[in-house]
Design a protein around this ligand. Sequence first.
Ligand code: NAD
Length: 502
Amino acid sequence: MALTVRQHLDAAALKDGLLLVDGQWRQARASRTWTHHHPATGEAIGDFAVADADDVDDAIRAARRAFDEGPWPSTRAGERSRLLRRYADLLRENADDLRARQALDNSVPLSFGTVYAGSVDVAADVFDHHAGWIDKAGGETLPPYQGGDHLAMTFREPVGVVAAVLPWNAPFLLFAQKLAPALAAGCTVVLKPSEYATFSVLRMVELLLEAGIPDGVVNVVTGPGDPTGEALITHPQVDKVSFTGSREVGRRIVEASAGTMKRVSLELGGKSPAIVFPDADVGLAGMTAMGMVTLGLSGQACVAHTRALVHRDAYDEFVGAAELIAGAVTYGDPFDPGVLSSPLINQRQLDRVLGFIDKGQEEGARLVTGGGRPDGDLSAGHFVQPTVFADVDNAMTIARQEIFGPVLTVVPFTDEDEAVRMANDSEYGLGAGVYTSDVRRAFRVAKRIRTGTVGINGFQVEPHLPFGGYKQSGLGREGGRSAFEAYTELKTVLLPLTDELM
Ligand code: NAD
């Protein structure tokens, strides 16, 4: 496997990662660098600059100038829209190369590079989608409240300078979900990729320059949360922080925004339930839930249905189907087309997931399959076997905390009310699934579940649909018109038509 990674690394000819400030690539002022290691082999992939507070300040000032002095926010709609569509086409043309860079960065297999969260094509579609809002998302004309002869109108204006902070697990999609609406709305951006998926994002940015994005409109600072992320989210000249990542960092962003009352969008973690009734296609439900927890990202997916709540009459069949998928998932070289899943991203995450597996056994859950690291030549990577826990109580640690690894917990229930109560008994509220052949029950339960998205007999996230969390899974929505509007302020303008109201 080490050999294939090395070959692809040579083919990609990765350059050392630099910062992008006002259209110029440059080293960090303090010349500090970060070496990224491949999660499947431990090999060093490359170095990139670590931006400190001064570098971040330079980048934000460039974005501020490009916003305040323009012309980006006032560029003609047609021109902005054409640029975003041109960029979408460039992404599609470079999809193979981008997918290979992603596999080098985060070890997500090429086989997952066409599936929603890993797909360059979906990222391109998101840019096309938002290019279409530029000339459509207007305001309203409202009737006068007190009568009289005046006009009241609302306008959507760009929110200003956006700090966009990305996680590592779906760099293309999440880059697009933030940058496409921000740029369409007329904002300027300082982007910080995750330190675990920097090189693929830098290539996305190079293509943005190729598409003709003007200097200063998109700036990039690379590095870890401390010092780079922290300098970005605390900077007084940032108008909005758009973040996808863990709940802990999300909380820190809310705290840090208070000083200057920054706008904040947060897409955080989840502990999403899948409720399975006995009249469902139970085998399909078991395979879908276990597939979400293992395929592609190895359960490192915010919306994976990691908490299956299964009716006692369907329980054994469901657990059997999940076990079947666990045995079929293949791990290893991300460039091998037969490999279906990935290692965990780093040693910290590996230790964390193994710790949860120990905790599950200590607290009395039944380990059905998995529970350890695979044998053989995978020992240099952070691999964990697909793991199923049965006889889980919803109060156990493994049913409450986001594990972010290939671990499915299966909790039994007896009736609909109990299932809904347990589904909602969580600090998170990102996604959910309902599996039943009774359409009225499906909608009744979907309405009662407090999560941002509910899939009935399957789950799909799509670029034009709002996506986000209730409760501690986040603030605001990405996707569709709601995402575009999240990068705007709403202004009301009043115009008296006679002297009477003056
Ligand atoms: P993370 O929170 O560790 O890191 C995310 C980003 O925040 C990285 O760029 C990191 O460098 C940066 N960061 C860390 N500390 C910071 C600080 N103090 N200030 C500013 N930035 C800081 O998350 P991760 O490990 O990259 O991703 C996993 C998490 O992301 C999971 O909890 C997952 O559920 C969540 N996630 C959510 C969604 C969603 O759409 N809801 C999508 C993908 C991932």
